[in-house]
Design a protein. Structure first.
Length: 127
């Protein structure tokens, strides 16, 4: 078995796609589900053919309860300061300034998508 993707339920397709495109994802397909919903599949460059993120918009649903068990997804960047500056230009701000969870560890920051899901951005260690 292998993990192939994560699914988020979203309330606005265009707003959510724009948010994830700002994080470097690209839309790789859409699949209508009768007249009930649409799935938008997204990848980052190099992910291959299998979508890594599925955004599901159920028609007529205005909000979702994320719950207390949900955590986040994580993506990497080579330069967290440059990434956060680019995101700020698009109105996406981190929850707090970049920080490290341990001395000498990678810098990280969290942003929230339009539906409140958290995305961790981790600066890859430089060698």
């Amino acid at each position: 078995m292998a993990l192939i993707h994560t699914c988020y339920r979203i309330t606005d397709v265009d707003r959510s796609v724009a948010f994830y495109e700002a994080l470097g994802f690209q839309e790789v397909g859409r699949l209508p589900i009768k007249d009930e919903a649409v799935n938008v599949f997204m990848n980052q460059p190099g992910d291959g053919d299998m979508p890594r993120l599925e955004l599901t918009h159920n028609f007529g649903v205005d909000s979702y309860d994320i719950g207390t068990g949900y955590g986040h997804i994580a993506i990497t960047t080579d330069d967290i300061q440059a990434t956060l500056a680019r995101l700020a230009e698009q109105g996406i701000e981190p929850e707090k300034p970049p920080y490290s969870v341990r001395e000498g560890g990678s810098l990280l920051a969290f942003v929230r998508d339009p539906d409140g899901y958290r995305v961790e951005i981790i600066e890859q260690a430089r060698i």
